[in-house]
Design a protein around this ligand. Sequence first.
Ligand code: GDP
Length: 448
Amino acid sequence: GVGGHHEVGVAEMVRKKMGSFVGFANLPNQVHRKSVRRGFQFVTMVVGDSGLGKSTLINTLFEHKLYDLGAPRSLANGSSMNGNANGRTVAIESKSADVEENGVRLKLTVVDTPGFGDHVNNDEAWKPIVDNIDSRFDAYLEQENRVNRSKLMDNRVHACIYFIQPTGHSCVPFKFLSPNPKMIDLWGVLHLFRLRPIDIEFMRKLHHKVNLIPVIAKADTLTDDEVVAFKQRILNDIAHNNIQIFQPPIYDLEDEETIAENEEIQSKVPFAVVGSDTFVTTADGRQVRGRAYPWGTIEVDNEAHCDFIKLRQMLIHTHMEELREHTNDVLYEQYRTQKLLSMGVAQDPSVFREINPAAKQAEERQLHEAKLSKMEAEMKMVFQQKVQEKESKLKQSEEELYARHREMKDALEKQRYELEERKRRLESGRPPTPDKTGSKKNRFGIGK
Ligand code: GDP
């Protein structure tokens, strides 16, 4: 197992018959021939509640009974430690199969994770999954640091299919919403179908570490309208929470056909999938993989019925290499940089500097000092700002004081002038001058 997790590894070799088509025969067209000789490694992880059809979908995707759906799971190594009687996945387990299609070899590994419902406490349900992804990165990093790097085993998780339950989630119990049935319909579309907090938390914990591919599980249980509304809601929630999911890139592509193809795939995200590894007979007598209902048959391999074909096209036929590259160039690179930094190793891809305690201490001291001087500068700035504020306030009140002083001075001056005038008149014995109106009439309008 990887990193001490309870894992069960089962390797088998299955030669695909010519004519049956899964899609990885196209891998040589996706990568250089050198990789063809070595064969390909691809690791898919499935995450979601138990019973959402994870095992069934994997079998459907690779046309291979990787999971024996009838038997209790996790008993492959003969130990009952990882399995229980009702076939639930209770520990992280991985299964591998060497499959070959038209001469192209693929070592396929599926990492199955425990369903959320199986946890007593769901708060940290994501932790063992993140730990598993990390330990796979660690194992790769360790190989890279070895002298002989000729044959790297790439057991990093290249894609994580995240199963969203088709019943959605309502924040408010229905009966509290509105007694008006029309409103309930509206609220149903707006609110019932949305991601649960646990879905959001999971995806937030995973999206920097793995190519996230959200799918709506068991889409045959939803109407077409519900699928459309649910998809929109999910995309909104994903955008709102800044979750990055894997999307086939359409930028920096020149070939129009590929752009159209990728846009077509993008338009189906999150894929509404139906899984089934059994054949049923349609009304018109065709044998198809699907699920039979009294009102008709849902066909897995029919694009009008679900997005299974598009998911498989992206995952296997057109973007397997893209998923592997993005894992290596972006997700793993981020992880490695963080890891090396946290170990005190300078970020230099070519030279792994020895961990030197003295150098590390000096580096830490430097960081600390930088932090202190930054704080000092900030405090200075705040202080200066405060002083400036005080100064301008003082200046303002000074001006106000000055203005008031002048006013008072003027008023006093005027008073003094008037008093002096009156004094002069009294001294000269002259009668007082008429008032400002100059009128000689009294208030009754009668002239003197
Ligand atoms: P897991 O616990 O997530 O691995 O789920 P399983 O693959 O064991 O499936 C659980 C049950 O759901 C089984 O009875 C399957 O037959 C059924 N199931 C699987 N996929 C689908 C699907 O797409 N639609 C419906 N309606 N049922 C499904």
